[in-house]
Design a protein around this ligand. Structure first.
Ligand SMILES: O=C(O)c1cccc(C(=O)CC[C@H]2O[C@@H](n3cnc4c(=O)[nH]cnc43)[C@H](O)[C@@H]2O)c1
Length: 253
């Protein structure tokens, strides 16, 4: 089973690698260059090899990074991981959210009747569904909230926008900027996708002093420590079959 984990920035990738490193004292492996722009750190666990890639901030950078890595090697699962904003009170700062749906929350049109997503406009998809069983097991093992994670191109910074998003997506647990891009790349390669976010700040009025990035990165490390065995176990049962399943939906696996 080989998984690709895509983060936005190096601090997130380091936190993921720390969680996937068997002994805390073990030095992290050196990143290996994929192309001139991208490098990945390889983590080897029993039954599981994980490449951790820094793709950049935002859905476009994330999609480009993920698609580049997926074109260069054969993977069974793609994971979008990093920090994010948490919808309150469901996802407090320092908690984890595993996506049961990865939603492009601002991909569409603003009309007099409100926001209309690209799917409703007839231009494609704005939701990707991780394998339901895997997402549930990942949430259980990490103590995460299992809920939709929104992908936005603009960080929410007002109470009005937070309320608007919450009204459109009442079950949403978190927002971040990369999940949907990673999911689009995974879908283009016929691969299942997972998203996990560690909450660094509430979704709401902009307040940089309220951001707890260190706490969120520590939660991300703890999350990946628990996630490793879940991924290995899932890969044992599903991973080797992915080659037969290109183009199929992965929602029920
Ligand atoms: O200072 C600001 O208001 C600000 C504006 C744009 C971007 C940032 C970032 O720090 C980069 C966001 C980065 O972290 C993830 N993230 C973390 N919290 C949130 C959030 O509340 N909403 C969306 N994304 C968030 C995101 O995935 C990016 O990788 C700061």
């Amino acid at each position: 089973m080989r998984a690709l984990v895509v983060t936005a920035v190096t601090a997130e990738a380091d936190s993921v690698v720390a969680g996937l490193t068997p002994h805390p004292d073990t030095p992290a492996p050196e990143p290996r260059t994929l192309t001139g722009r991208y490098a990945a750190v390889r983590c080897d666990l029993p039954g599981l090899a994980v490449d951790v890639l820094v793709g950049g901030v935002g859905p476009a950078a994330a999609a480009a990074g993920a698609a580049t890595a997926l074109a260069l090697a054969d993977y069974t699962l793609v994971v979008s991981a990093g920090i994010g904003g948490g919808f309150q009170p469901a996802a407090p700062v320092g908690s984890l959210v595993v996506a049961d749906a990865i939603v492009a929350a601002d991909l569409g049109a603003r009309t007099d009747e409100g926001f209309v997503g690209v799917h409703a406009l007839g231009f494609g998809t704005d939701v990707h569904l991780p394998p339901a069983g895997l997402a549930a097991r990942a949430a259980e093992a990490t103590g995460a909230l299992l809920a939709p994670v929104l992908t936005v191109s603009t960080v929410t910074g007002t109470a009005a926008r937070a309320a608007e998003l919450a009204a459109l997506h009442p079950l949403a647990g978190a927002e971040a900027m990369e999940g949907f891009g990673v999911a689009e790349a995974a879908a283009a390669h016929g691969l299942p996708v997972l998203e996990i976010r560690a909450v660094s700040n509430p979704v709401g009025p902009r307040d940089r002093d309220a951001w707890r990035i260190g706490d969120a990165l520590a939660a991300l490390t703890a999350g990946f420590r628990a996630l490793g065995p879940v991924l290995a176990n899932w890969g044992e049962r599903h991973g080797e079959r992915h080659g037969e399943r290109h183009g199929e939906r992965h929602a029920d696996r």
